[in-house]
Design a protein around this ligand. Structure first.
Ligand code: V47
Ligand code: SF4
Length: 370
């Protein structure tokens, strides 16, 4: 434990009190969170976030052996930040058939992958039973593969279309084989900013309701936050506060994943992008503020390998998975083309940053320490 003078030197006069609280394991207020964003130095944020990280995850840094299926990039919505969605008839669209998607699954038959991550656009024609048959076919083919599928936006659309309640729809999907839900579609919960970037899609309250209902049905999930566009720090803290309150009620979130807005090929390109320093500050404040979500993930196909490695010293304990070149959502917005890393490469990246690599399954059971 550091004395007050050391804390003042490290964190600055204003942040010293907050630093003392964080070191004692206390929870910070929204005002304190905003203050950290505005005035704490980068090294002091690294130290504070590392204190929280070490308490929750020690020196481990996790990754998993996974692949993605992106069933379609056709989408009924038109989010301003999205470089990915296309309309029917566009030459760059894709719509994989169920057989095509099973071919992707079968490509991994000889590999010890533990998770398939399935997310795509909101296709106007496919219903809950179509998606259910995909889940069933995957489970039949490979019962041990964990299926993390469908953002709350896709779920809302298929469940509303079937005239089911959220609870009925999620229970049906669980029966079909859904194991957990990824964190997409959260964007930023503040209603005014949300209207500026994705006016039509799933309202914040509905996103939260879908995740809360899933947790109550025993379906864990992740949560994301899209940052670096129209929002300010108070909106980021408001977003994380809504997640922290939900997590206090259910404990169902495994990981929080900040997603930096990437500006290529979409209608908000004029905004540019947050800097690497802002990315690290954001990871750190998230780790300090969200004291009840066990894992903080840097999604490396979005951040790049270098920032993912650096982020481990700013609160991050998870750099997602091997991916194996099965996602296009970020390369279309300006990130790494053809993302793929072997398990050995992921372990080396983590070890090079000074942490202990741990291969995990979706629920953070350890498969192997490197
Ligand atoms: O909701 C779309 C984001 C999300 C852009 O749960 C963009 O493990 C930045 O949720 N710049 C979908 N972000 C991806 C997602 C995800 C990814 C990795 C792991 C997990 C998990 C979930 O991608 C969308 C949106 O926030 N997004 N376009 C863009 N131009
Ligand atoms: Fe559709 Fe998702 Fe893109 Fe929005 S972010 S337009 S919901 S694919």
């Amino acid at each position: 434990m550091m004395n007050t003078e050391t804390l003042k030197v490290l964190a600055g006069e204003e942040a010293a009190g907050v630093a003392a609280k964080v070191f004692k394991g206390g929870r910070i207020t929204p005002e304190e969170g905003i203050m950290l964003y505005n005035s704490a130095s980068l090294p002091s944020l690294g130290v504070l976030a590392s204190a929280v990280r070490n308490r929750l995850n020690g020196s481990r840094a996790y990754f998993n052996h996974n692949f993605h299926i992106e069933p379609t990039n056709i989408c009924v919505y038109n989010c301003r930040f999205c470089s990915y969605h296309k309309q029917k008839g566009d030459p760059d669209r894709w719509e994989h058939s169920l057989d095509d998607m099973m071919e992707i699954v079968k490509r991994f038959d000889a590999e010890p992958v533990t998770e398939v991550h399935i997310v795509g656009g909101v296709h106007p024609e496919y219903d809950i039973h179509y998606w259910g048959s995909l889940l069933q076919r995957i489970k039949k083919h490979r019962p041990g593969l964990h299926i993390k599928a469908f953002s709350a936006v896709e779920l809302e659309y298929m469940i509303d279309r079937a005239s089911l309640s959220i609870s009925e729809g999620l229970a049906k999907l669980k029966e079909y084989g859904l194991d957990s839900i990824p964190g997409g579609g959260a964007e930023i919960f503040d209603e005014t900013i949300r209207a500026g970037i994705c006016r039509e899609k799933t309202k914040s309250a509905r996103w939260l309701e879908i995740h809360e209902t899933a947790h109550r049905l025993g379906i864990p999930s992740n949560a994301t936050m899209l940052y670096g566009h129209l929002e300010d720090y108070s909106h980021r803290i408001d977003h994380m506060l809504r997640l922290r309150e939900l997590q206090d009620r259910t404990g169902g979130f495994n990981a929080f994943i900040p997603l930096k807005y990437r500006s290529a090929n979409n209608s908000m390109s004029f905004l540019g992008e947050a800097t690497p320093v802002d990315d690290l500050r954001n990871y750190a404040v998230a780790r300090i503020f969200l004291d009840n979500i066990p894992h903080l993930k840097a999604y490396w196909p979005m951040t790049g390998k270098e920032i993912a490695a650096l982020s481990l010293s700013f609160g991050v304990d998870d750099i997602d998975g091997t991916i194996d070149d099965t996602t296009r959502i970020y390369s279309m917005a300006g990130s790494v083309e053809n993302p793929a890393m072997s398990r050995t490469e992921m372990a080396a990246l983590i070890r090079g940053a000074g942490f202990t690599p741990a291969e995990r399954d979706t629920l953070y059971n350890i498969i192997r320490e490197y």
